[in-house]
Design a binder for this molecule. Structure first.
Ligand code: ZN
Length: 442
């Protein structure tokens, strides 16, 4: 199959600073982009993410966004619950529906359009002040989240909280009902995966299996909504809390007996399998998280398809080890229409990085089945090289992908955009590469 969709993400401030015409000219002209989406609900994350400064923004050197703002104009009547969307207070962004702005220009070029709800949907500071009850809690009742991105000090809402679910459904309905988008994409943070090695896609060095799994006991969630749901499912919540408090202390080393036990484990040949066999309440809780995430995917896909049956609900992966956040690809992917595998390991600039990408694509392909599109992300930013990008296109071809998705234009260089087209030609990613006339090569 061909890599028929070449997508690219844009931020509202890219459009404001560079103009939508210039952004799409560059993406279309150099990388063959035929699908553009706005990161319409963006979390607090310095842009560009890896490089200190923008390579081609004519207005500013870098940008520090507000937390979890929507960059379209929300329809107030859709948001009937407690939590409402916030718009930007920055002068150069307020008052414009940046999604419609992008859609207008993209449609005039015959492109697909989409919108992404990114990692977090609630401003962390406002959540702590106004909605502390919706935040994920660890097994001792502390809020969960700042470890996910230290500089952003995130506050993660619980996926099982009814107010959070209602808000998420409203966001999706607003986008699908009121905007001319082909796909709605999300990389919403799931359950906090605890204090271990970074669980982002760019962390290619996985921590030891059992210790990463054990660290989930320092994550979420043990809030009242989770407790109610677990008890309704017939689970012994007190037993779960009792066992996981012990495991939390072993993982964190925050008491003498538990720290000693952790020392023995680290100096032993302990395994993930033993951890699960020994701790049946842990296993029960991990399965409970998985069911919770599956049900969230079901809720989201039903909301999107109720709003418009033909909408494409695209999940955007964001974790090196999604299982540590409760996400099991095989069960959750039964509720999606397509997947963007968001690996950016090409940015390591090495063949090993490309191998990591290939492995993640194979994992997603197997879980997704063969009927739904799998879109491979390409990190077109500094640290990636033209060679790793061309080889990433090869990995996408070899993993049976259906498209590419560039992340992110703001940090891309023109050379790396050209590498996408070069890689497509080299690895024959387009159907036109397979159609030739007799005598053409004589
Ligand atoms: Zn919870």
């Amino acid at each position: 199959m061909a890599l028929s969709e070449i997508a690219a993400s844009l931020y509202a401030w890219d459009l404001a600073d560079e103009t939508v015409e210039r952004c799409l000219d560059n993406l279309q002209g150099l990388a063959g982009v035929n699908s553009a989406y706005l990161v319409g609900l963006m979390h607090k994350e310095k842009r560009p993410l890896h490089a200190r400064f923008y390579p081609h923004n004519p207005v500013r050197k870098y940008y520090a966004p507000e937390d979890s703002r929507v960059y379209w104009t929300p329809r107030a009547d859709v948001y009937t619950g407690r939590i409402k969307p916030l718009q930007s207070d920055r002068d150069f962004l307020s008052g414009t529906d940046w999604l419609d702005h992008l859609i207008g220009e993209a449609r005039s070029r015959g492109m697909k359009t989409g919108c992404e709800i990114s990692h977090t949907i609630i401003d962390a500071q406002i959540a702590r002040e106004q909605f502390p009850d919706v935040l994920q809690r660890d097994v001792f009742g502390n809020t969960v989240g700042p470890f996910e991105a230290r500089e952003a000090q995130r506050a993660l809402p619980c996926l099982n909280n009814p107010d959070v679910q209602e808000y998420l459904v409203s966001l999706i309905r607003d986008l699908v009902l009121n905007h001319d988008i082909d796909y709605i994409q999300t990389c919403l943070v799931m359950f906090g995966s605890g204090y271990s090695a970074s669980n982002t896609l760019n962390s290619t060095v996985a921590s030891a299996g059992w210790s990463a799994l054990l660290a989930t006991t320092t994550g979420g969630c043990f809030c009242d909504s989770c407790k109610r749901k677990a008890i309704a499912e017939g689970l012994d919540w007190d037993d779960i809390v009792h066992e996981l408090r012990h495991l939390n202390l072993v993982s964190s080393g925050r008491d003498l007996e538990e720290a000693h036990e952790a020392q023995l484990l680290r100096e032993s040949n302990y395994s993930e399998g033993e951890l699960l066999l020994e701790n049946t309440a842990l296993t029960t809780w991990l399965q409970f998280r998985r069911r919770s995430v599956d049900e969230l995917f079901k809720l989201v896909t039903e909301a999107a398809h109720d709003a418009r049956p033909g909408i494409d609900f695209r999940y955007n992966t964001y974790m090196a080890q999604p299982e540590l956040a409760g996400l099991n690809f095989t069960s959750a992917f039964s509720y999606v229409d397509s997947v963007r595998e968001s690996d950016y390991s090409d940015q390591l600039g090495t063949p090993e990085g490309v191998a990591v990408k290939r492995a993640k694509l194979m994992k997603a392909r197997r879980a997704l089945g063969y009927e739904k599109p799998l879109i491979a992300a390409l990190g077109v930013r500094p640290n990636a090289t033209s060679e790793t990008l061309r080889n990433s296109v090869r990995a996408a071809v070899e993993a049976g992908c259906d498209g590419l998705s560039l992340g992110h234009y703001d940090g891309a260089t023109m050379e790396r955009l050209r590498a996408v087209t070069d890689g497509m030609r080299q690895w024959e990613g387009a159907e036109s590469d397979w159609i030739h006339a007799p005598g053409e090569y004589a």
